[in-house]
Ligand binder design. Structure first.
Ligand SMILES: Cc1cn([C@H]2C[C@H](O)[C@@H](COP(=O)(O)OP(=O)(O)O[C@H]3O[C@@H](C)C(=O)[C@@H](O)[C@H]3O)O2)c(=O)[nH]c1=O
Length: 192
C-alpha cells in the first residue's frame, strides 16, 4: 500500500495520490495513513479535521493562514465535485517566496495537496455542490486568523474567474503589500 508523491517545485509543497482500489462496489482508499506518509518522509501530527461545503460553482475561500506559531500545515482534498486549490509561499527566506501553485483537486482524480506551515491557502469551486475536507496540524485560532485579498495584484493568482462568491470577511482582506511586514514565516516554520 503506497502513495504517489509529486513535487511542485515549491519546497515542501507536494501532491499526494493515495492508492485507490476500485471494484464493482465502488472504491476503497486510505485517505490518510501516518505510517505510509512517514515512509515517504512526511512527518505531520494532524490534530483537526475540517469539512466545508460550497453550494455554488465559483465560490472562493481564501487566501487564509494563521500567524506565528499557530500556523497550520494542511492536507486537503475534494471529496465531491472539483476545485482549483492554491497555495502561496509566504516564507521570507524561501527561493519561491511569493510564488503560488495551483492544482485541480476533484472527486475523480482523488488528489490531495500537502501544504506545509508558512503558506497561504485558498480554493475556488469548479462545480456546484463541493465537499472539501482537510486535516490541520494546529488548532483553529481565530485571534491569529490571517487573510490576503484573493485578487491581490502582487501575488497575481490566476483563479480563472472574475467575480467569485466570497465570504464577507474575504471581501475585506488586506492586500499583500499592507501585510508583508506583519508576516514573519521562514523555511524553519515548515520543518516537520
Ligand atoms: C476555519 C475554521 C472556522 N471555524 C468557524 C469560524 C466561522 O464562524 C465559520 C466559518 O469560518 P471561515 O469563514 O473562516 O471558513 P472558510 O472561509 O472556509 O475558512 C477556511 O478556508 C480555507 C481556504 C482554509 O485554508 C481554512 O484553513 C480556513 O481558513 O467556521 C471554526 O470553528 N473552526 C475552524 O477551523
Amino acid at each position: 500500500m503506497g502513495i504517489k508523491v509529486t513535487e511542485t517545485g515549491i519546497p515542501g509543497l507536494m501532491i499526494i495520490e493515495p492508492q485507490v482500489f476500485g471494484d464493482y462496489r465502488g472504491f476503497f482508499m486510505e485517505s490518510w495513513n501516518k505510517r505510509t506518509m512517514e515512509e515517504a518522509g512526511l512527518f505531520y501530527n494532524f490534530v483537526q479535521d475540517n469539512h466545508s461545503s460550497s453550494t455554488i460553482k465559483g465560490t472562493l475561500r481564501g487566501i487564509h493562514f494563521q500567524y506565528g506559531d499557530k500556523a497550520q500545515a494542511k492536507l486537503v482534498r475534494c471529496v465531491r465535485g472539483a476545485v482549483l486549490d492554491v497555495a502561496v509561499d509566504l516564507r521570507k527566506d524561501s527561493p519561491t517566496y511569493k510564488q503560488w501553485y495551483a492544482v485541480e483537486l476533484s472527486e475523480e482524480n482523488q488528489k490531495q495537496f500537502l501544504i506545509p506551515r508558512g503558506f497561504g491557502h485558498g480554493f475556488v469551486t469548479l462545480t456546484n455542490h463541493v465537499e472539501f475536507m482537510y486535516k490541520a496540524d494546529n488548532y483553529y485560532a481565530p485571534e491569529v486568523d490571517g487573510g490576503i485579498r484573493w485578487n491581490d495584484p502582487t501575488l497575481d493568482i490566476n483563479w480563472g474567474i472574475e467575480n467569485p462568491i466570497l465570504s464577507e470577511k474575504d471581501t475585506k482582506s488586506p492586500f499583500f503589500d499592507e501585510l508583508e511586514n506583519k508576516i514573519s514565516f521562514t523555511m524553519a516554520d515548515s520543518r516537520q
